[in-house]
Design a protein around this ligand. Structure first.
Ligand SMILES: Nc1nc2c(ncn2[C@@H]2O[C@H](COP(=O)(O)OP(=O)(O)OP(=O)(O)O)[C@@H](O)[C@H]2O)c(=O)[nH]1
Ligand SMILES: [Mg+2]
Length: 678
């Protein structure tokens, strides 16, 4: 996991090469990386979708997922971290902790994943190992300790000193680093290496008493003892060991693989996975063992051009055979796992059996969605689901020809099935199809996939921000729906109170009726009406969030009361209450970081000031200035192009969703007028 371009895929290609999984090293820049298999990944030189593979090192099997770094594909990181037991956080030796590394680090914190850090690109001018570690400590709050020291000759990164064994390693260029020499640390570097080793040992002594004794008494400490202490401290998330290297120059990757085995957990090291019994709701545990009842989490859906829909599973417990029938506890349906595959990027290998700890793909499961649990028929369990962020940007889409309409709808459905951060909705008023996602790049990639994979040509509109609506005060209102003209009528009267919730709390419904003013069976109908009305704000029709609706009172009619009557009364009451509760429009606000050479700083700031930007700070980083700011997404469409022309292509930026915030009144009026047309 890492910020965009830190070198995840380049490192993975080396891992595949040194473990013998591939016989040629694929370079990202030549569009030849095995892990970046998708056409658009090759063209754009970035990873878009997480790819899984399996390889062997020191007689251990490693299941590896190479994730994308661009923030628009954050769902791919989320799902990977949900099912992996450990992570390598890759940093750029020059850039250090970049914005997206912070985001993925927090995601890993959320799933309590032990991790090691790898400072890559040590060959670049300006690379600074110590600085990077300092930033990992400062910005990520991690207890990061170097277990290596880079060897630099002149300006050239030429090898690595292992602070555990005190051996120095250099790599042979002719074998692309596959062969290397280990030697004693050169005398000239020994004092510095010993100084750094002390720092590591001192930190470790805090977590290990025997080590502490030896350290204090100045007794020799064996490498195995250090490694054992490092392993315990890493598994407990007490320490993050930091390594260095240059994947592109083929230096350091074997040691990284060693560190994965030495310090990251095997499936047997992780505590039993927790879930709940679907019928009783009680807590259930499954140990990582081939003889436990089968349980697995579906964490990714993909469309394969040859075999169709693929469902990726992480198996937590038990054994499963091709052809076996299992239970999907999300739908309560039985599913047959007719074909099991071991994936290597986009290549598949049929397997007969899979075991606890494995990551496999299953062919042809139509009714299994991301986050569903598959398990033994007799021993049902629901594993913790994943949470994905809501999309913040939308565009209208229509097929180029009428004939393509059905195909477009079907293809969009498939894409939405793969990607939980991609949503397809219909604008009821205009009849337009709207697609929403995490950013401009995200939608661009998906529209391109429509053309290439699904052969549907489509026109897309200008990107729009996904606004939301909320309220700022409490209010009470009554909704009545009464139709009693001949025959059976409809009757429903409802009094609701709405009150604001904290940002991000979403929506809550509370029934405060005690005396039976509305019969129980109709209260559900009221709630449905309220929920439906939440989808359609009173200001400009955007979804309403962060408010609570409380049902206070109502009235019913012996004969004419109906579900429909109460549902509509619920909707009307909500809308009326919201009109009285000072509604506001909310807009997505982004966290922006611009890295810009000094000479363009002024222009960049001037430009940002025309975009309702709050500058949070400006700091220096190797030959450049870093501007941190908060800016509304609506002001940032096409920013990549402006930034390029303002800085002659020398500035870069990253932008990430931060939170929703009320739109200033003047701006809000403009948006409402535009939507309503008056
Ligand atoms: N100088 C130098 N360049 C590197 C090194 N590792 C990777 N690169 C280059 O950095 C660029 C990005 O590398 P990738 O491996 O695609 O990075 P990534 O982290 O997979 O990027 P995303 O998947 O798009 O987030 C490519 O041009 C690589 O050649 C390195 O050790 N040294
Ligand atoms: Mg990549």
């Amino acid at each position: 996991m890492a910020h965009i371009d830190a070198g995840k895929t380049t490192t993975t290609e080396r891992i595949l090469f040194y473990t013998g999984k591939t016989h040629r090293m694929g370079e990202v820049d030549e569009g030849a990386a095995v892990m970046d298999w998708m056409e658009q990944e090759k063209e754009r030189g970035i990873t878009i979708t997480s790819a899984a593979t399996t390889c062997y090192w020191r007689e251990h099997r490693l299941n590896l997922i190479d994730t994308p770094g661009h923030v628009d594909f954050t769902a791919e990181v989320e799902r990977s971290l949900r099912v992996l037991d450990g992570a390598i956080a890759i940093f750029c030796g020059v850039g250090g902790v970049e914005p997206q590394s912070e985001t993925v680090w927090r995601q890993a914190d959320h799933y309590r994943i032990p991790r090691i850090a790898y400072v890559n690109k040590m060959d670049r001018v300006g690379a600074d190992f110590e600085d990077a570690i300092e930033m990992i400590r400062d910005k990520l709050g991690a207890r990061a300790y170097a277990i290596q020291m880079p060897v630099v000759q002149g300006d050239l990164f030429s090898g690595i000193i292992d602070l555990v064994t005190m051996k120095s390693r250099s790599y042979d260029e002719d074998t692309l680093g596959a062969t290397y020499r280990d030697a004693e640390t050169p005398q000239s570097l020994l004092p510095e290496a010993l100084r750094r080793r002390e720092i590591l040992l001192e930190a470790l002594s805090d977590y290990d008493d025997t080590l502490l004794e030896k350290f204090i008494d100045d007794k020799p400490i064996r490498p195995e003892e250090i490694n054992a202490a490092l392993r315990r401290a890493t598994l407990d998330a007490k320490i993050v060991p930091v390594l260095c290297g240059s994947s592109y120059r083929n230096q350091g990757v074997q040691k990284l693989l060693d560190a994965v085995l030495d310090f990251l957990p095997s499936p047997l090291d992780v505590p039993p996975v927790e879930g709940s019994d679907p019928s009783s709701g009680e807590r259930e545990l499954r140990k990582t063992s081939d003889v436990e009842p089968f349980s697995a989490l579906a964490f990714k859906i993909a469309t394969d051009p040859y075999v169709g829909k693929l469902t990726y599973l992480r198996i937590y417990s038990g054994t499963v055979r091709a052809g076996q029938t299992v239970l999907n506890t999300a739908t309560s349906r039985k599913e047959r796992l007719s074909r099991l595959l071991l994936m290597h990027s986009n290549k598949r290998q049929d397997i007969r059996e899979a075991y606890a700890g494995d990551i496999v793909a299953v062919v042809g499961l139509k009714r299994v969605a991301t986050g569903n649990t598959l398990c033994d028929l007799e021993r049902p369990i629901i594993l913790e689901r994943m949470s994905f962020p809501e999309p913040v940007i939308s565009v209208a889409i229509e097929p180029k020809t009428k004939a393509d309409l059905d195909k477009l709808t079907l293809s969009l459905e498939k894409l939405a099935g793969e990607d939980p951060t991609f949503k397809v909705t219909m604008n009821e008023e205009t009849g337009q199809t709207i697609i929403s996602g995490m950013g401009e790049l995200h939608l661009e990639v998906l529209v391109e996939r429509l053309v290439r994979e699904f052969k549907v040509a489509a026109n897309v509109g200008r990107p729009q921000v996904t606004y939301r609506e909320s309220i700022t005060t409490s209010a009470v209102a009554e909704g009545r729906f009464i139709r009693q003209s001949g025959g059976r009528g409809h009757y429903g009267v409802v009094t609701l109170e709405v009150s604001p919730l904290e940002a991000g709390e979403g929506y809550a419904f509370e029934n405060r009726i005690v005396g039976g003013a509305i019969p129980k069976e109709f209260i559900r109908a009221v709630e449905r009406g309220v929920r439906e009305a939440m989808g359609n704000g009173v200001l400009a029709g955007y979804r309403m969030v962060d408010l609570k609706a409380a049902l206070l009172d109502g009235a019913y009619h012996e004969v004419d009361s109906s579900e429909l009557g109460f549902k509509i009364a619920g909707s009307l009451a909500l809308q009326e209450a919201i009109r009285k509760a000072n509604p506001v429009l909310l807009e997505p606000v982004m966290e922006l970081e611009v890295i810009v050479p000094e000479e363009y700083l002024g222009e960049i700031i001037n430009d940002l000031n025309t975009r309702r930007t709050q500058i949070q700070g400006i700091s220096r980083r190797v030959e450049a200035q870093v501007v941190d700011a908060r800016v509304p997404l609506s002001e940032m469409f096409g920013y990549a192009t402006s930034l390029r022309s303002l800085s002659q292509g020398r500035a870069t930026f990253t932008m990430e969703f931060s939170h929703y915030e009320p739109v200033p009144e003047k701006v809000s009026e403009g948006i409402v007028t535009k939507v309503r047309g008056y």
